[in-house]
Design a protein around this ligand. Sequence first.
Ligand SMILES: Cc1cc2nc3c(=O)[nH]c(=O)nc-3n(C[C@H](O)[C@H](O)[C@H](O)COP(=O)(O)O)c2cc1C
Length: 409
Amino acid sequence: MLRTTALTRRRLAGVLNYEDARRAAKRALPKSIYQYIDAGSEDELTLGWNRQAFTDLSFAPRGAVWVPDPKLATTVFGIPISMPIMTAPCGGMRLIHPDGDLGIAQAAHEAETIHVSTSASGFSLEEIAQVPGPKFFQAYRFSNQEAMKSLVRRADAAGYAGLVATIDTSVGGNRERDFRNGFSYNMRINLQNVVRMTPRVIGHPGWVYRFTRDGMPFKLPNTADITPDGKPMELSALTRTGAESHSPDWDDIAWMRANWAGPLIIKGVLTVADAQRARSLGADGIIVSNHGGRQLDGAPATLRALPRIVDAVGNDLEIILDSGIRRGADVVKALSLGARAVLVGRYPAFGLAAGGTAGVSHVLERMRIELIRTLQLLGCHDIHDLDASWVTDRSTRPLSETEPELVQR
Ligand SMILES: Cc1cc2nc3c(=O)[nH]c(=O)nc-3n(C[C@H](O)[C@H](O)[C@H](O)COP(=O)(O)O)c2cc1C
């Protein structure tokens, strides 16, 4: 992992929240890489709805309550974590910073939480497994059931504590910002690419230096043993449409259940029907996710989808939520509506861009600080006390019902 310089520390000191981290990442990265993280698909409806759902909820605080030490610790699938925030599986992180997935896993470990490692990591799953602390492995299918089986067996042998099956990525989402930026990931070194890329990266010498020294890691090391030619796939393979799905299907999930003894978690559930199907196949949990608005545009906001899913399967499955979490207050809202914990994707990625491993640690600690203060201001002693009574839906209830004092004035 790269050393944290005084400059990095100064930069991170100015990062108080998501928007600060996003701005710092925008400065640090070539436009195409920054937008790869930031973008949603097509008209970015779902990307916007995810945020809208959080802003549509207001809190119902209990005043005159002193909360000296709000309790954030919980468990997921029996594994203790110090706060209900985990780091999401995100492909392409080594393009952002050489610390890449190792840095995110290390920062998650230092925060005493769980990192979910993607199949599309820039380091092999075995290398990431060397970072201390429990981790989950997120399995793609890579168009081929044998490839998926091999990944799952390797993850088992490497000691991953949980298996996550992402079901919303049969094909890559149509991210037009990536298309416009010519971000095809497979930037092989040839004259055409050098001519094309130079003007785009010239303003980011720090990134160019680190990326070049890191050997321009565009490949997916996890795929080295599953391609016919024995060479790792390019990241771009995931963005294409193929003859077969990149995501596991329900038959694959049944295979996983039969061959994975630990927790099995289905990521990308947005309907009661899929949640029930996951339960009937023996999954231990689900992640209510729309991939951060990067896959099906028009998929519902996860916070809106959550309550019905909790009603249907909440007694049997642990339910995690992601997509649109930017603040500690958002975590409190998700937990109030029945999530056990959340995943964050873009925020740690922007932290990584701003300061490598230290940047990821920094943004996780910012979220922890916000979470503590939100609970104190709410008058809530323990995240396990959160339920729907702590929030009010501003979008569906008239002002007179929710804020009578404002109406009287
Ligand atoms: C750059 C990037 C790459 C991603 N790659 C993956 C992936 O490889 N596998 C996966 O299951 N989800 C992937 N996701 C989705 C995240 O796991 C997560 O669902 C999403 O980022 C949550 O939304 P948020 O970014 O608003 O926190 C990716 C997200 C981003 C931003």
